[in-house]
Design a protein around this ligand. Sequence first.
Ligand code: EPU
Length: 421
Amino acid sequence: MDTIVVEGGVPLRGTVQVSGAKNAALPAVAAALLAEGDHRVANVPDLADVRTMARLLGHMGCAVERSGDHHGLSIRVPAAVTPEAPYELVKTMRAAVLVLGPLVARWGRARVSLPGGCAIGARPIDQHLKALTALGARIELEHGYVDATAPAGRLRGTTFTFDVQTVTGTENVLMAAALAEGRTVLRNCAREPEVVDLAAALVRMGARIEGAGTDELRIDGVERLRPLDHVVIPDRIEAGTFLVAGALPGSDVVVRGCRAADLEALVEKLRAAGATVGEVEGGLRVVGDGRPRPVDVRTSPHPGFPTDMQAQLMALLCLADGSSTLTETVFENRFMHVQELRRMGAEIAVDGKTAVVKGVPALSGAPVMASDLRASAALIVAGLAARGTTVVQRVYHLDRGYERIEAKLAPLGARIRREKA
Ligand code: EPU
């Protein structure tokens, strides 16, 4: 298994380019299942999760290929697909569940493995299933699979209120409603930029959707959609990770290609921590000035502070001149990086949903183990700041969501390399 080796203590300087958003690319690829024909998606990052999604569509009979030089993906959806997502693929990537809505809406039937538990929490899909049932799908759970059928072949518009705001739940149901008969009103929807991007992609396919970016989506179902031709938005979490790294003492980094509006909650916290963050042509510039100041953070759905940035910000706050609190409200078990950060000399106490981080003047490099995607990124950030060598193991978590992070950080001066097993 590969490891990433970081020799810390070098301030970062220079410009780094953001890739397309993993969490927008995955639903866009799933959306191709809504229409037969030749689809094109651009700015699709080259990541393990994207390759898993491509394999999944391949399993269904679609031809998925990389194309062109703009990180393009072309998808040919045939006249008939095998509407099945097997356990072997879903277990490696929960987002595979995004094919459920499109399959049942377009092909009248879906057999999708139930995702198992996950390192960061139980992550049920009850809201996806409740909403699809409200749209008229008949759902059975058997042998670890969700078997969904649309009686008479088509879903029916409905009004549904989500009990909790769910990103992939909103996306799944939005895709299904796009082809349902009549109007669907979805309330308490997720407002993440990735949901807005999916809505934009669907509208380009011919869907009729209002309210994207608010918590109420109104969808007038159409009988047929055109193939997709879409450019994925920049990855705000990858960008955010670089912004946090750029806020380390002495660093000065331009994160190019990100959209400031998607990053407001993080930028606010970085400024409160003492970093200077400003918009520059094509992106954001961050300058880290001395030891960070402590800040208090509470994760919540967009536009609140993203749970996907909690671990990375914690890594920065380990060095703060005082105590910070980070409260995780979205997932129940998203503090696994704490143990590893402690091994690097961080002083962190966890009490339920809250971590109290007492800043220390310096971290020290250590061998550490990544437990999930964003935790891995946090360990890289900590490694960049630490004195000495940090070796991050289980890099496959990182490769699910960051496109060659070492190749992006090295030109900024980071002493970072991948060691092949
Ligand atoms: N939830 C339910 N029932 C459901 C769905 C969700 O109780 O049917 C709960 C979850 O257990 C969680 C909360 O609702 O406590 C929010 O979960 P959500 O469904 O919004 O998460 P998700 O859609 O599974 C996406 C991202 C995650 C990101 C979360 C929160 C994708 C592919 N994944 O997951 O990204 O953390 O939204 O913003 O879009 C990552 O990229 O590292 C990652 C984990």
